[in-house]
Design a protein around this ligand. Structure first.
Ligand code: NAP
Length: 253
């Protein structure tokens, strides 16, 4: 049995998009995967895809911004799958608006899910990692961390995640735990589909426009991100920590 077959991973926001591709990829790498999202039923297709391919997975419902639910979810995962030592903080929402139209609720929701959610999940999982003297934390930021019109809340959360990650990399390194950030560019998911709708254009038009602006002349797929998560979660990535890796088809970021 390879070491990765004894690892348990938790992927948040894993019912669809980048999280779903990541869950499937880590399972293919041999890990047991907790597929965590708001709605447990929505996780079923991802769990079925993993178990259908011979892997181990369980659906878990939790709101990552709710401390009590996070603690209960992580305890259940540890009991049913084993101690989680890989954590991918991927859950996310958008509440885009120009600053003068941005409500306090838009701000709080985005900061709560992305930034507080990553903090709560990491704090809940950390003890299992330190007990095992091994861990991999991968946080999903964005090229928007560098600034993006209409995303004051989102860019603040995504930039905050980078500082959070660098700090926990320093604090937890002595326990064999690494923490890194992936900053995707444009990736084809429900999130970017909703952005096209908000902009009043078809998703195909937006994808075509974006592909023209991206040096590799294509948009990203969820698997492009899952591939990098797979590397950062691997046994051999133990000397990579506190880094921000932009996965955006070019040097943006
Ligand atoms: P997505 O398709 O919208 O999926 C996000 C998932 O997170 C959804 O299943 C959503 O559930 C879940 N979620 C939302 N709030 C949650 C909460 N409080 N607790 C638990 N789960 C929650 O998004 P995506 O495009 O795959 O993005 C994944 C991550 O990559 C996000 O952090 C995003 O900011 C980042 N990212 C994406 C892109 C891109 O181009 N797509 C670019 C840069 C960064 P519901 O469906 O029930 O809301």
């Amino acid at each position: 049995m390879s070491l990765s077959s004894s690892r348990v991973a938790v992927v948040t926001g894993a019912a669809r998009g980048i999280g779903a591709a990541t869950a499937v990829r880590l399972a293919a790498d041999g890990m047991a995967v907790a597929v965590l999202d708001l709605d447990e039923a929505a996780c079923a297709p991802v769990v079925d895809a993993i178990t259908g391919a011979g892997g181990r997975a369980m659906p878990v419902s939790a709101d990552v911004s709710d401390s009590t639910r996070v603690q209960a979810a992580v305890a259940r995962i540890a009991e049913e799958l084993g101690p989680p030592t890989v954590l991918v903080n991927n859950a996310g929402v958008l509440r885009d608006n120009l600053l003068f139209k941005m409500t306090e609720d838009d701000w709080d929701t985005v900061l709560d899910v992305h930034l507080k959610g990553a903090f709560l999940m990491t704090r809940a999982v950390e003890k299992y990692m330190t007990q095992q003297n091994w861990g991999r934390i991968i946080n999903l930021s964005s090229i928007s961390a560098l600034g993006n019109r209409g995303q004051a809340n989102y860019s603040a959360a995504k930039a905050g995640l980078q500082g959070f990650t660098k700090t926990i990399a320093i604090e937890l390194g002595k326990f064999g735990i690494t923490a890194n950030v992936i900053g995707p560019g444009f990736v084809v998911t429900e999130m970017t589909r909703a952005t096209a709708e908000r902009m009043g254009m078809s998703f195909d038009t937006l994808k075509q426009h974006m592909a023209g602006e991206i040096p590799v002349r294509r948009v990203g797929e969820p698997e492009d991100i899952a591939h990098v998560v797979s590397f950062l979660a691997s046994e051999n990535a133990g000397y990579v920590s506190g880094q921000v890796i932009y996965v955006s088809g070019g040097p943006q970021g």
